[in-house]
Design a protein around this ligand. Structure first.
Ligand SMILES: *Cc1c(COP(=O)(O)O)cnc(C)c1O
Length: 369
């Protein structure tokens, strides 16, 4: 695929992901070249080249995009101003009146965006339980897009992407996977047959809760061109600083995901033995866990307000551990239990995390029954 000539790179996709996060998207190893891709603040370029204008191209975006595409196992990426901007650029490609199959539990912004498009008659939405492959297959009839998120937010359901992507193609539909929760270090949807991957790089990829940025990755040149055109026209382009921060953050992605996952696995085991916790949901990998409480919603609210180290905040994927009761958001699906608290496990010392969390859980046991 063309378009990457401006970013010569000796690194090949056969390097392992933990190496690629460090090596990909860097300037060539030449005397006096900076090791890191510089942050290029430019709204305009001298005419005669490929870039021309700051809404069309930026060398810092190109480095980030190249690195992310290599991490997803090859293809081409496009960076956006946020995860939702990336999602919206992809949804904009769906023709008027088409049907899109989506998980009943997914990132709320995506579900709200689809609901608002449906309310305007732009497209129709079919919600499914993505763990029920037969149900998804039945919903694909005449659909234009199968939109997957796996694991789902905040229910942490896991889809059989390979089977579902093949079924989508059989039905003439395009398969899009939001890979934000898994990260390309744990799941490469394009290798499993998906056509397009979207990311809220705001979360794990940037990883430090200081930048909003999104991205799309695809191996389909036509899809890439169409999404690039949407970005040029709609203008939801990332800032050079945010893109630089995301690339900087990506350098430690493998370390952060490994540590967050190890912490999560330890906590999942301890949470399962704590009497204040009635249910623990964990997909088996990654750093996001959801719990429900023996003491119900009052206990859940008390717990999220009792921690000192864990920050009561939405979002996920940063180095710091955060937690929130999801149904505090009015728009959250009513099939999500009222007392479900989502934990985004960070990279702190796991014993400090457990000491703080277990003290908050112990406090819920003192509630009058
Ligand atoms: C956060 C998130 C988004 C949206 O990303 P923003 O950068 O907040 O716009 C989309 N999908 C998932 C799964 C997310 O967690």
């Amino acid at each position: 695929m063309g378009g990457m000539d401006a970013m010569p790179d000796a690194h090949t996709p056969d390097l392992r992901p933990a190496t690629l996060v460090v090596t990909a998207g860097r300037p060539p190893h030449e005397p006096d070249a900076p090791l890191n891709q510089p942050l290029v603040a430019a709204s305009v370029y001298v005419a005669g080249g490929d870039r021309e204008y700051g809404r069309y191209a930026n060398p810092t975006w190109e480095a980030f995009e190249q690195a992310l595409a290599l991490l997803e196992g090859g293809g081409k990426a496009l960076a956006f101003s946020s995860g939702m901007a990336a999602v919206t650029a992809v949804l904009d490609l769906v023709a008027d009146g088409e049907a899109i199959v989506v998980p009943q539990h997914a990132y709320l912004g995506v579900l709200h965006q689809l609901a608002s498009m449906e309310a305007k008659g732009r497209l129709s939405v079919r919600t499914v339980d993505i763990t029920d492959t037969d149900q998804v297959l039945a919903a694909l009839d005449d659909a234009a897009v199968l939109w997957l998120e796996s694991p789902t937010n905040p229910a942490l359901e896991v889809a059989d992407i390979e089977t579902l992507a093949a079924a989508a193609h059989g039905a003439g539909a395009t398969c899009v996977v939001d890979n934000t929760f898994a990260t390309p270090l744990r799941q490469r949807p394009l290798d499993l047959g998906a056509d397009v991957v979207v990311h809220a790089a705001t979360k794990y990829i940037a990883g430090h809760s200081d930048a909003l940025i999104g991205a799309v990755v695809t191996r389909n040149e036509q899809a890439w061109l169409a999404i690039d055109e949407r970005r040029r026209m709609a203008g939801a382009v990332p800032g050079a600083l945010e893109t630089w921060l995301a690339l900087r953050g990506m350098r430690t992605l493998a370390l952060r995901v490994d540590r967050a996952e190890a912490n999560a696995q330890t906590l999942v085991q301890r949470l399962g033995e704590h009497p204040a916790v009635s249910t623990v949901r964990y997909p088996g990998f990654g750093g996001v866990v959801a719990i429900e409480f023996a003491g119900g919603v009052i206990a859940a609210d008390l717990a999220v307000h009792s921690t000192r180290l864990w920050v009561h905040a939405t979002s996920l994927g940063g180095v710091e551990s955060t937690l929130e009761r999801r149904r505090r958001w009015k728009g959250e699906a009513t099939t999500i239990p009222e007392d479900l608290v989502r934990l985004s496990v960070g990279v702190e010392d796991v014993d400090d995390l457990w000491a703080d969390l277990s003290a908050a859980l112990d406090a819920t046991g003192e509630l009058p029954g």
